[in-house]
Ligand binder design. Structure first.
Ligand code: IPE
Ligand code: IPE
Ligand code: MG
Length: 243
């Protein structure tokens, strides 16, 4: 658990292409279905004790995909932002964009910024959409912000700079639970710093099939984990005290 008492859950929403391929459909159909899964997790999250949800929607490396797929993804992001904002306001969800803003098609950027501003008073859930995101790139930009500073750089100041590099206020928030769908078990340049002590839950479910119930199960698995942060578990401490 972190600030505010709620959990920070981050999800690598993977497997849209395989979902489509297994049905003989174009990959973009999988991305379209993926948007419905986003709606489901956003709806379920607050009831599960999640106050921050960071979704990996488009990585900086995803620009390498064929142009038609990139265009389709951008169109879907635009559509999601445009059509969901009213509902997000209704649900008290605050949207923030994570990632580089200077390479996005201008209509995607303006839809994202409009969503940020329309939802800015939301208090139920912080929904951070990682678009054109690369954790390494964010770390490099944070280091750049600190260059030439005379004060010693400590973890606190670096965390501040990293938040600033991401256009976020305050400090970066540690991830409590990282979920990746589709059976892949890697970070793919997502939240490298913030996952220092994250618990990882991997599921074979493909993202378009992921439901609120799958999220609940992942949270349940997380709650059974013993997070020690380098120290001892409560049980270990009792044993140590008992000699
Ligand atoms: C995740 O699904 C969505 C994005 C990366 C944008 P993929 O498109 O990576 O689906 P697979 O991994 O090819 O099945
Ligand atoms: C990571 O998935 C990015 C998103 C889910 C947005 P990829 O499918 O792009 O990652 P790799 O290439 O399998 O590592
Ligand atoms: Mg993938």
């Amino acid at each position: 658990m972190s600030q505010g008492g709620g959990m920070h859950v981050a999800i690598i929403m993977d497997g849209n292409g395989r979902w489509a391929r297994s049905r003989g459909l174009p990959r973009t159909r999988g991305h379209r279905e993926g948007a419905n899964a986003v709606r489901r997790v956003v709806e379920a999250a607050p009831g599960l004790g999640i106050d921050t949800l960071t979704l990996y929607a488009f990585s900086a490396d995803n620009w390498k995909r064929p142009r038609p797929e990139v265009n389709a993804l951008m169109r879907l992001l635009h559509r999601y932002l445009r059509t969901e904002t009213a509902e997000l306001v209704e649900r008290g969800v605050r949207v923030t964009l994570l990632g580089r803003r200077d390479r996005l098609p201008s209509r995607v950027l303006s839809a994202a910024e409009a969503a940020e501003s329309a939802t800015r008073d939301g208090t139920e859930l912080e929904l951070r959409l990682a678009i054109d995101y690369s954790a390494r790139d964010a770390l490099v930009r944070a280091a750049e912000l600190l260059r030439g500073s005379h004060d010693p750089v400590c973890l606190h100041r670096f965390s501040q700079a990293l938040a600033q590099a991401m256009h976020a206020p305050g400090l970066v928030r540690d991830v409590d639970l990282l979920i990746r769908t589709s059976g892949e078990e890697r970070l793919s340049d997502f939240l490298l710093w913030e996952c220092a002590y994250a618990e990882f839950v991997f599921t074979p479910t493909l993202w378009p099939d992921f439901t609120g119930e799958d999220l609940r199960k992942a949270v349940e698995v997380y709650r059974q984990r013993d997070r020690r942060f380098g120290g001892l578990s409560a049980e270990g401490e009792r044993q140590a005290a008992a000699g």
